[in-house]
Design a protein around this ligand. Structure first.
Ligand SMILES: Cc1cc2nc3c(=O)[nH]c(=O)nc-3n(C[C@H](O)[C@H](O)[C@H](O)COP(=O)(O)OP(=O)(O)OC[C@H]3O[C@@H](n4cnc5c(N)ncnc54)[C@H](O)[C@@H]3O)c2cc1C
Length: 402
């Protein structure tokens, strides 16, 4: 175990040139330490009027250079600016040397570090992200309640159908299919409140009409991603009702492909006996990249959203309760297969119980990732559950079996 939390240094540059790159390849960037969290990265970028594409959590505590990035890290701005914003890593590899990985030096390692999984190839000491000038956001919050299965099917199919257009226009969103409602928030980058409302009204009107007046939307705007993030996830952190972190939870996911039929997807989602979340963090710029350009699961390159389910239990629960949660999760995962075209799952929000973790989390990139691991970590110093080459170890990852 390596404690990285104190590596929190960060710098901003308007003229960052990756090592080995031509001198005219200059970028606006932040470089942050391997233990920095998103709140640190957002604060730094915001101080310079910039934004950086990152994750969202209460308190901003998700690591900005660690597992989030290594697993392919998404955010609500990914449809707009993609998931490919890293220019350079400094890492310590298994033999103890400090190396640079970017498009010009150790480019195979650079490829694997972007999506091939955390704690597998090296320890990340720092990472340099491209930044973008900050812009305002339009926000659309919606909810529609249903009681009949027929209305539910129509609502969820319409919601899935709407995702493609919004995501390809650069909007990100967090949507929920509950037992008796669909609800969520859309974030529209660089869009005014009135333009957001104009774009969203056809869908909102459909919600209203199909539910007989039980659905609709509210609109708002904010001057920057930072303002929205700070107000929604930092100021409220620790308050009653905000409990995003610190619980006991299993999660499983499937990537909702742009090729899926919305009616089939709705049927699958509605047959899951618990809430299904849809993180609309695909589509748009995420899909406009050659799947072979990074180690990220190629499923992402045709995914519009990540559909996920969770199972939780109280502190102190006995093993039967926890086993039941695992069994429920496996059943829901099987049903969610109906929204994926290739069983692709998001590694960072994935299940420990995947039947074929190699395909689910790495897809066709698994064998290349395995070869890169062999090159940089030939003795498998780094081993994590469901990581590349983890199947060569026993269940506890203490004895080699392969
Ligand atoms: C509340 C919450 C909100 C979330 N929101 C999002 C979101 O908006 N978008 C999203 O994509 N994901 C999100 N996630 C999922 C998140 O990406 C994963 O939990 C991810 O593993 C977190 O990485 P970490 O470094 O913070 O965690 P850790 O548990 O510390 O690390 C995860 C893995 O990465 C390794 N690692 C960590 N640091 C380093 C390093 N410096 N070098 C090498 N390996 C390292 C660890 O050893 C471990 O194997 C969220 C998770 C939670 C709990």
């Amino acid at each position: 175990m390596v404690w990285v939390h104190h590596m929190k240094n960060g710098t901003f540059s308007e003229t960052f040139i990756p090592e080995g790159a031509p001198s005219n390849a200059s970028f606006s960037t932040i470089t942050i330490g391997g233990g920095a969290q998103w709140i640190d990265a957002y604060n730094l970028a915001n101080q310079h009027g910039q934004l950086v594409v990152g994750g969202i959590s209460e308190g901003g505590t998700v690591g900005a250079a660690g597992g989030w990035l290594a697993g392919g890290g998404h955010g609500v701005l990914s449809p707009r600016h993609g998931v490919d914003n890293v220019l350079e890593f400094k890492v310590v590899i298994a033999d103890g040397s400090l190396v640079t990985a970017n498009a010009h030096e150790n480019s195979d390692l650079f490829w694997a570090l972007r999506g091939g999984g955390g704690a597998t190839y090296a320890i990340v000491i720092s990472v340099t992200y491209k930044t973008y000038p900050s812009f305002g956001l339009g926000l659309a919050m919606f909810q529609a309640n249903f009681t009949s299965p027929d209305v539910a099917q129509k609502l969820v199919a319409a919601t899935v159908r709407s995702i493609r257009n919004f995501a390809d226009a650069g909007w990100g969103g967090y949507l929920y299919i509950l037992q008796s409602a669909v609800a969520g928030i859309w974030v529209a980058p660089n869009t005014s409140q009135s333009d957001t409302e104009a774009a969203f009204t056809p869908y909102a009107s459909y919600l209203y009409n199909v539910t007989g007046g039980q659905g609709g939307a509210l609109y708002n705007s904010t001057s920057s991603f930072y303002e929205w993030f700070y107000g929604s996830f930092i100021l409220t952190s620790g308050q009653a009702g905000s409990s995003q972190v610190g619980g006991n939870v299993y999660i499983a996911s499937r990537l909702l492909s742009r090729e899926i039929n919305p009616d089939d997807a709705a049927k699958a989602i509605l047959s899951v006996p618990t809430t299904v979340g849809l993180n609309v963090v695909g589509g748009g710029a995420v899909n406009r990249i050659d799947p072979s350009s990074t180690g990220l699961n190629p499923s992402w390159r045709h995914a519009l959203a990540e559909a996920y389910v969770t199972e939780s239990w109280d502190d102190g629960s006995n093993v039967t309760v926890i086993q039941q949660a695992a069994d429920n999760l496996k059943k829901s995962t099987d049903i969610l297969e109906g929204v994926a075209t290739d069983s692709g799952s998001y590694l960072n929000e994935g299940s420990l119980f995947e039947r074929n973790f190699k395909n689910a989390f790495y897809g066709a990139h698994y064998s290349s990732l395995r070869a890169i691991k062999q090159k940089y970590d030939p003795n498998s110093l780094f081993v994590v559950p469901t990581g590349v080459a983890s199947d060569e170890w026993d269940r506890d990852l203490t004895c080699r079996v392969g």
